[in-house]
Design a protein around this ligand. Sequence first.
Ligand code: SF4
Length: 96
Amino acid sequence: MSQLDRRSFLKLSSATLIGVTMGGVSLNAVAQEAVKADDPVAVAMKYVAKSATEGQMCGNCMHYAKDAKGETGGCAIFAGKLVAKAGWCAGWAKAA
Ligand code: SF4
């Protein structure tokens, strides 16, 4: 492989890596949809988008991971989906 070919290869490899990484980020963003009321896990865990339990909500649960929007976040129980910051489910555990 000549010097020029090696440079071209490295540029192409870098561009491909960036493209794959960015593609993965956007796929993750698309894949994150809100948990629906009829989601089998939501039903089993008694998830509600607005907590009726005093002092307990997703926003102060140890399983909650706030997202950039601030009103929703990820949850270890609902992998790949978003839960409401004001929500609640039977898996609630106080954040440390
Ligand atoms: Fe909300 Fe339940 Fe997830 Fe805690 S475990 S963040 S209460 S959905």
